[in-house]
Every structure is written in structure tokens, then in C-alpha cells.
Design a protein around this ligand. Sequence first.
Ligand SMILES: Nc1ncnc2c1ncn2[C@@H]1O[C@H](COP(=O)(O)OP(=O)(O)OP(=O)(O)O)[C@@H](O)[C@H]1O
Ligand SMILES: [Mg+2]
Length: 289
Amino acid sequence: MRALQNKGPIEIKLMNQEPSSPIAIRLVNVKKYFKDRDVEALGGVSLEVLRGEFITLIGPSGSGKSTLLELLGDIGDEGGPTGGEISIEGKTPEELRRTRGYGIVFQESTLFPWYRIFENCLLPFRIAKSRLPSKQQVQRIEMLLEMVGLDKKFWSYYPRELSGGMQQRVAIVRALALDPPLLLMDEPFGALDDLTRKSMQMLLLDIWSKTQKTILMVTHSISEACFMSDRVVVLSHRPGRIARIVSIPLDRPRERPMSETKAFARICSMVREALGSGGALEENGSIKE
Ligand SMILES: Nc1ncnc2c1ncn2[C@@H]1O[C@H](COP(=O)(O)OP(=O)(O)OP(=O)(O)O)[C@@H](O)[C@H]1O
Ligand SMILES: [Mg+2]
């Protein structure tokens, strides 16, 4: 198991990350205490994520999943972790953010309503003051919009003229525009209807296999977590700690019928049990709010 549950000399040694290391993300006893609200959100999370791995984070509401992504992306409004260490591709979160080392997708599309879709997708180049010639920027966005299957006629639309699923496709394009090695996703499909959600799952798996990104995705859905990821990281009730890491032994590429098998049901029940033992489940099996 790659989770490092106890702080000790071995973990400290592991922080000396080499450039050739297969480890993309290293968290050592990461804690977060929100002083103004007197809330201990994360109680010490240690985890190693391999480069190119697809990890899902699941846990009850308030267990610190979004907080963890914010710490990784250095976008929290209350500074960094209050304890522990984070290293991503050998960088601190701040260095990663400055070098545009990750793309991020949220549950609600964060597209700018006054820009057309194509302009929204080009924004990361402008914000990063990219030196890539504008012709190549346009070509990259065209390639990505085609990859996510957004029909060309929508490229000149405004975000409000697109469905939720289409907007999330655009949000993925924007996150991938600068070709970062890491994608952080906070319940990216949480606001979509079931059918759209399932097709977005297949799309993301396809993108992941084509681009070889490391993905860290938060979800509330046990089946989504088990169907998509290599490992499911289950967080306990607040303060969030890793209750269990469940490795998913299903073949790649994942195909929909796999989620109908007994093996899949067993994997899901392992995650459900881990959530239950962390006190995360209601009696009917859904995640406590
Ligand atoms: N900026 C902040 N200031 C103060 N407290 C915060 C802040 N951000 C989060 N918290 C608190 O930290 C705890 C963890 O919040 P977080 O949003 O990370 O949970 P979550 O696991 O993402 O929950 P959900 O599943 O509902 O999205 C909560 O109690 C929340 O109120
Ligand atoms: Mg959250």
C-alpha cells in the first residue's frame, strides 16, 4: 500500500524526489486547520500517487476533499497546509501553480459568460502569457475540442447556450490547454444527469488514456470511483484521514459491461464498507451529508 499512515524517518526520506521518480504527488502527513472557523479539515493525509495514475477521492461531506485539492493547487484562500509536506512533480504547490503545472475542473463550469467557447478555451494561454505562436494555440484548442467531441458549430456559442455536459467538455479543454501533467477534478460530473454523466466518464477515460495525465478526481459516487480509477482513496469523517485505499483490479480499457459484474459489485462493497467504518454512510448506504 502506498499510503503512509505514520509519520516517521522513512517518509521524510521519501520527500527527496528525483526528477526521474515515477511518483507524481507525494503527501506526507498533510494537515489543514482553518483558524478563523476553528475547523480541523484534514487530520494528516499521507499518500503517493504515481505518474499517469487515475486516483479518485471519496468521503463524507466535510471530510476535506476539496480542501486537499485546493492545497495541491495552491488556491485556498487561507494559505497552505498547517502541517506536513506536499510535493508535486518535485515542486511545491506554489511552484506548480506558477508554472501552470496543473489543470483544474470544478462541479460547476467556471467558463466566463461573456466570452465565446473558443475564446474561453484560449484564455489559459493569455493568462499564462504563453509564447506559443497564436496559430499553434488555435490548433491545440481545435484538437482538444475535437477530442472532447464538441461539434464545431458550438465553438462560437456563449457558455449559457450549451448544456451542462457540453460546458464540462469545454472546462476539460480549458484545463488541458497548456498541457499540464496533472488534472485536479472536484466532482466534475456531480451536476450532470445520469446518462450524460456516464458518457462523460467514458470520455474522460479516453482522454486519460490518450494524454497519460495524472488525475486526482473527487467524487461522491462509489460506482464512478470504482469504474474509473486505479485506486480509490477513502477519507474518514472530519478531520479527514485516509480510512482505506482500495486498488481496482479491473482491466483497461474500462468498458461499461464491467460495471455489471459480480467482481465490480465486490469492489464497490469494499469501498462502501470503508466509508461505513469511517462513519460516512447513512443506513441506506448513501454518503452522509
Ligand atoms: N476557506 C475555509 N474557511 C474555513 N473553513 C473551511 C474553508 N474551506 C473549508 N472549510 C471547512 O473545512 C471542512 C472541509 O471542507 P471541504 O470543502 O474540504 O469538504 P469536502 O470533503 O469537499 O465536502 P463536500 O463533499 O461537501 O464537497 C468543512 O468543515 C468546511 O466547513
Ligand atoms: Mg467538496
